[in-house]
Design a protein around this ligand. Structure first.
Ligand code: CIR
Length: 262
C-alpha cells in the first residue's frame, strides 16, 4: 500500500541487561525470564531487519535495568532529535548513552530540561502532528517544552491527558499511528474527541496490550497472540509481522518502547 508514513532506515536498540527484572513495573504478571527476554529481543531486531532497517545495537547497561526501553530517551523527527528527560528518576541517566548516537545522525539536537519530564513513550507522531501524552511520567512542563521545540521545527502538537485512563503507563501503551490517517486505539481511548477525524482501528479491551504496535515501512509489527487485532489489521489492508513480547509486557514495555526508529 502507498504510505503517508515516513520511510524508516535505522533503529537504535539496546538488549535487556541481566538485571532487567529489577526494572519498574505496574504489572502483576510475574518475573520476566532474562533468557527468554534476550531471545525475544533478538526476534524483535530480526523483525526490524525484515522491515528493511539497519539495527544499531548499543551494549546492555546493568546500571539501568529499564534501559532496553530506549524509546523513552528521545523523540526523533526528520527535522531533528529531542533528548527526553524520563519521568522516573531511576531512568534519567539512560539518556546520556543515547546522546552520542543522536549527535552522529542528527544535525539538530534539542533537549527537555528540569523541571520538565517527558518519556518518549508518551509521544505519538501522526504525519507531522504530535500527540503529547500527559501521564505519570510526562508532566505539563515537559509537554510545554516539547511543544515549543516542535513548533520551532514547524510541527503542530496537542496534549492528551492519559493520567486517568486505567491500565496504561504511556500514551502509546494505548495507541499507535499507522500512517494513511489510520489510528489504532485501545477501547478506553477510542472515543476521545481529538481523534475523531482519523480512521480508527479499535482494540478490544481483552487485547489492550496489542494497541502498542509500530508501523515500519511495509509492515505493522505487532505483539504475538492477539488474533482479533491481527485480523482487523489485515482487513484494513496492513501487513502484520508478529513478535513474541511476553517478557517485556511483564515490565510494562511494548513494541514501540524497544527501539528508536528514524
Ligand atoms: C518503565 O516503567 O519505565 C519500564 N519498565 C517500561 C517502559 C516502557 N516504555 C514505553 O512504553 N515507551
Amino acid at each position: 500500500m502507498t504510505a503517508t508514513h515516513p520511510v524508516f532506515c535505522r533503529a537504535i536498540v539496546r538488549p535487556p541487561a541481566s538485571n532487567f527484572a529489577e526494572g519498574l513495573t505496574t504489572q502483576d504478571l510475574g518475573l520476566p525470564s532474562y533468557e527468554t527476554a534476550l531471545q525475544q529481543h533478538a526476534a524483535y531486531c530480526q523483525a526490524l531487519r525484515r522491515c528493511g532497517l539497519e539495527v544499531i545495537e548499543l551494549p546492555a547497561d546493568p546500571d539501568y535495568p529499564d534501559s532496553t526501553f530506549v524509546e523513552d530517551t528521545a523523540i526523533l523527527t526528520p527535522r531533528g532529535a529531542i533528548l527526553a528527560r524520563p519521568g522516573a528518576p531511576s531512568r534519567q541517566g539512560e539518556v546520556e548513552a543515547i546522546r552520542p548516537v543522536l549527535v552522529e545522525y542528527f544535525k539538530r539536537l534539542a533537549e527537555i530540561s528540569d523541571p520538565g519530564t517527558v518519556d518518549g513513550g508518551d509521544i505519538c507522531e501522526a504525519d507531522g502532528h504530535f500527540f503529547i501524552g500527559l501521564s505519570a511520567r510526562t508532566n505539563l512542563e515537559g509537554g510545554r517544552q516539547l511543544a515549543a521545540i516542535l513548533q520551532q521545527a514547524g510541527y503542530s502538537s496537542e496534549f492528551v491527558d492519559v493520567t486517568n485512563i486505567p491500565g496504561i503507563l504511556h500514551l502509546k501503551s494505548g495507541m499507535a499511528y499507522l500512517g494513511d490517517d489510520v489510528l489504532v486505539l485501545m477501547d478506553a481511548m477510542a472515543d476521545i474527541d481529538i481523534f475523531r477525524s482519523y480512521q480508527i482501528i479499535r482494540v478490544d479491551e481483552r487485547e489492550q496490550y496489542a494497541a502498542n504496535c509500530i508501523r515500519v515501512n511495509d509492515f505493522v509489527v505487532i505483539a504475538d497472540g492477539f488474533a482479533a487485532f491481527e485480523e482487523s489489521l489485515c482487513r484494513a489492508g496492513f501487513r502484520p509481522l508478529r513478535c513474541p513480547m511476553s517478557e517485556f509486557q511483564k515490565m510494562d514495555g511494548g513494541l514501540s518502547c524497544l527501539s528508536l526508529r528514524f
